[in-house]
Write a protein that binds this ligand. Sequence first.
Ligand code: FAD
Length: 375
Amino acid sequence: MDFNLTEEQRTLQTMVKEFTKREIEPIADQLDREGRLPDDLIGKFAQIGLLGMTVLRKYGGSEAGDLNCLLAIEQLAYSGTGAWWLVGFNNSIPECISGFGSETIREQVLQSFCDGTAYASVQFTEEATGSEPAMLTTTCVPDGDSYLINGMKRFSTFGARDGYAVTYTKDEEGKCTAFVIEKRGKGYSAPKIWELMGGGGIEAADVYFEDFRVPKQNILGKKGGGMEVLSPWIATEKLQQCAAATGMAQAALDEAIKYLKTRTSKGRPISEMQGVRWMLAEMEAKIEACRWLTYKTGFTKEQGHGNWQTEAAATKVFVMPAAAEVVEMSRRLHGAYGYTREFKIEKLYRAIAGCSVIAVSLEVNKSIVGASLAR
Ligand SMILES: Cc1cc2nc3c(=O)[nH]c(=O)nc-3n(C[C@H](O)[C@H](O)[C@H](O)COP(=O)(O)OP(=O)(O)OC[C@H]3O[C@@H](n4cnc5c(N)ncnc54)[C@H](O)[C@@H]3O)c2cc1C
């Protein structure tokens, strides 16, 4: 057992940390205000090798692996913005298409995710459900060599951007079938982008399909086997959320330390008080636990361990409340200023609130782990 990151991994961490400081932190307020990422950011991510890290080289990826991708996401999320989502999606979604798509589809779409010319999306959630596949109402109906898709999808991140999405539908037999679709053309529209509480730049869109035509060869996995496609993708997304929450918690601790060193009480910096130091110690311990549990599950996935998806659910069950508590402790340590918009902690507080509800709620993850244990 070796808990040391490799030299290459430490270099990656430093490189992404510097990138975040230089390219993301200065526009954090702008992302919050506009709710949209700058158009050139995807190209910059591609240039520094953060897209397609889990995709094979022959399709334009770097084969850097899951753990490296999580390390990058952790550093990007330190900014308290939603910029890391772009790296998350342009890794996990091409990985999903690579695993379940035909060779034709792979050759058609994977390269564009890796070189930053296409935004990846996933479209599962609908108006009536985000947790229950049986309730999907978007339909696909065969029509010659194609299917016609009708319905709507909610909160499709980057659904209004050019590129490709993995879309989940109910087929003519009532089963869940997944397709790769191009997010443009007749019958596709994304008129609304939701204003979010935090995580500036996530760009969650409502998407409408009206007789949208998609070739039969674009089915991912087996027809009717959409859940087999969704399940590993969503477990990967959970791990990404955990890495991001760890990065946000680390930022919250760093902000608290910085603040407490300059703020005084009874003529001394508040950081010298024992009660405050105990809070800092608890925060540090929680962050380390979140970090290493996330890395370990990422490593388990990379090694192809059979149970990694349940482990990802268990990781989320631990990390989300622990990381959110660290952020809340930092907010309290900032006193009244933690309730203002002047300090970064306010941004982190709003950003981390999303992690526990997105990509399967905390409660549903508990049900997954509990069911696996009690079976
Ligand atoms: C910023 C953002 C980006 C998103 N991006 C995407 C995206 O790109 N693609 C996409 O498809 N979706 C996306 N989503 C949707 C998100 O993943 C879902 O909203 C999420 O899965 C929760 O679904 P829901 O809101 O319908 O919750 P519901 O299923 O309505 O659940 C509501 C509450 O009931 C609880 N609950 C529900 N079922 C159970 C159960 N069986 N046992 C115990 N408790 C239960 C839940 O824990 C939750 O507390 C995004 C959401 C946001 C906010």
